[in-house]
Design a binder for this molecule. Structure first.
Ligand SMILES: [Zn+2]
Length: 432
């Protein structure tokens, strides 16, 4: 009997991450615009982890079946590359192992109080429990709001944090959002850290006296849940909308291409693509919920930060490459935020870069960031938090090293505070 149970457990252990067995992570060095375009337009079944530019290598995850073909193609085109990981399943198992070790060594608790456990990445249930507990413990400052349901019926929750119950309409609102892309786990600590510093362990009362805050930790709850469950997929990016065409087995819409701003201009019409924009603008419940928040507080939101990973960048619109009319101000605020993060970053992580998303990365349409600009938010950004490089310089990419969780929260919070201070300075007529 015991042997039988062990076999079952082993069978389960071997099955996890099985679809990534033999998938290789390539780092590709492009040297001219033709190569940039070639790389950045790779689509399903390739999974671009990081767009390429002349300044920076691109990264792409390639399934086992295509590894040799892809190498041949790169060689034929004379494009330089290195293989960062020959089998990404080993890195997935390393992440599991690191979290299991933390759980054993420090008696990881369930969320039973307001102290955040930085040894783990909370799953959706744990996040929602935490939000509820903070709201219960601080009813004068925190309101838990349900912005609607996801396509699979999960709650999309956010906190309103305010010393004046959002009634003082002269106060600017700062809106922070994480996990619009499900696999970008390292972004969650940024939301949780902000909540902790605004409500529970307050160091700077001005931040709550002078601003109202909206914090939306899990913008894509179905996708996020799918990255956690044993039969899910740790590298899932999109939501979980069922295939829309008869016979189409590919699921999910890239929520950060589904907003009604230049919709479908620079995104994929192919349902299997990681950047599939969906059947129409705001076809998805998740993006519609965010749109409604943006419009409910239109005119009061002065800073909107949609937090992603990875790449150590602060990006602004427009995704077409055109600059907004207040680009100078946006860039100046971006630099302030980047400097604040760089001052406390981990030594081996590179400095943040600041710039227009299309110029630094690649054109993209239908993003939350661009929709924020269109909804009259003067300062609208994407943060790309750092990708962790561990011992032996192993790139973790979307995977999280437990030792980086609290640091990611802390350093991002420094950037957010600098952004808030910039809002005040602009309001008081300070020349940027
Ligand atoms: Zn993202």
């Amino acid at each position: 009997m015991r042997w039988f149970v062990c076999t079952l457990l082993l069978g389960y252990a071997f099955a996890k991450h099985e679809e990534y067995d033999g998938s290789a992570l390539f780092s590709v060095k492009v040297q001219n615009m033709d190569q940039v375009d070639y790389f950045n337009t790779l689509d399903y079944p390739f999974d671009i982890w990081q767009y390429a530019s002349l300044m920076r290598n691109g990264m792409v995850l390639v399934a086992k079946t295509y590894v040799q073909l892809f190498q041949n193609e790169l060689n034929a085109k004379g494009i330089e590359f290195v293989i960062e990981s020959e089998n990404i399943k080993e890195l997935l198992e390393l992440e599991d192992q690191l979290f299991a070790e933390k759980a054993r060594s420090k008696s990881v608790r369930a969320v039973d109080d307001l102290t955040i456990n930085w040894d783990k990445i909370y799953n959706l249930t744990e996040v929602n429990d935490y939000l509820q507990k903070v709201a219960n413990a601080y009813p004068n400052v925190v309101t838990l709001v349900n912005a609607g349901k996801s396509v699979e019926g999960r709650d999309i929750n956010y906190l309103k944090i305010s010393s004046t119950n959002f009634q003082d309409t002269s106060k600017p609102i700062i809106f922070i959002e994480t996990l619009l892309h499900a696999r970008e786990w390292v972004t969650l600590p940024a939301s949780l850290y902000a909540i902790d510093k605004l409500v529970v362990n307050v160091n700077d009362q001005d931040l709550i006296d002078n601003y109202d805050w909206i914090v939306l930790p899990v913008a894509n709850p179905d996708g996020y849940e799918f990255t956690h469950v044993p039969d899910g997929n740790r590298f899932w990016r999109k939501n979980r909308r069922a295939g829309v065409f008869p016979g189409n087995l590919c699921l999910g819409v890239d929520l950060n291409r589904n907003f009604d701003i230049n919709f479908s201009q620079d995104s994929s019409n192919f349902a299997c693509s990681e950047t599939y924009h969906g059947p129409s603008a705001f076809s998805e419940l998740e993006t519609s919920a965010i749109r409604d928040i943006l419009h409910e507080y239109e005119g009061r939101i002065e800073l909107f930060i949609d937090i992603h990973s990875f790449g150590s960048m602060i990006l602004y619109g427009w995704g077409t490459g055109q600059l907004p009319s207040n680009a100078f101000e946006i860039h100046a605020a971006g630099l302030r935020m980047a400097e604040a993060i760089d001052a406390v970053k981990m030594e081996y992580n590179r400095n943040y870069r600041v710039g227009n998303s299309a110029l630094i990365l690649y054109r993209a349409s239908g993003s939350a960031m661009d929709y924020g600009l269109a909804a009259n938010i003067p300062l609208s950004y994407v943060y790309e938090l750092p990708g962790f490089r561990g011992v032996g310089q192993t790139i973790f990419g979307f995977l999280v090293h437990p030792d980086f969780i609290e640091q990611a929260g802390m350093e991002t919070w420094e950037g957010l505070k600098a952004g808030a201070n910039f809002v005040t300075r602009v309001r008081s007529g300070y020349q940027v």
